[in-house]
Ligand binder design. Structure first.
Ligand code: 5GP
Ligand code: ZN
Length: 114
């Protein structure tokens, strides 16, 4: 599978896993867009939310529920933002579903119409 996140998952591309369980892992984004920028990556490869099986959606819900438990370890105590880019308009570049976790500073929320 020619997918950067599958390669990281398999250890073909080295990356520090800050957290890992049997359903997902969390790494630092290589090109951070905030003081703290992590990626939470489900282990099963799929691109779109629309492709999720019932098991995938339950796994994603459990994975989201883990984030507050990791608040101290990841430095999220002052708040954080989750982003899932889907498709071209959102600028999705990696075709393996992932949740951006942005934190560590006040997060601007620009009016993108301007
Ligand atoms: P997307 O634009 O698909 O929502 O986000 C993909 C993210 O993956 C980008 O923020 C990009 O910086 C990150 N990324 C791409 N390749 C790598 C990599 O090899 N390692 C890590 N840690 N992040 C990556
Ligand atoms: Zn993948």
């Amino acid at each position: 599978m020619d997918c950067v996140f599958c390669k990281i998952m398999n250890g073909e591309i080295p990356s520090e896993k800050l957290y890992e369980n049997d359903e997902m892992f969390i790494i630092r984004d290589i090109d951070p867009k905030a003081a703290k920028h992590y990626l939470m990556i489900p282990k099963r490869h799929y691109k779109y939310l629309s492709e999720m099986t019932i098991d995938d959606s339950a796994a994603l819900a459990r994975s989201l529920g883990k984030i507050p438990e990791l608040s101290e370890k990841l430095g999220l105590q002052n708040g954080y933002r989750l982003v899932i880019n889907q498709g071209d308009d959102a600028g999705q570049t990696v075709p393996h579903l992932h949740v951006h976790i942005l934190a560590g500073q006040p997060l601007d929320f620009p009016d993108l119409r301007k």
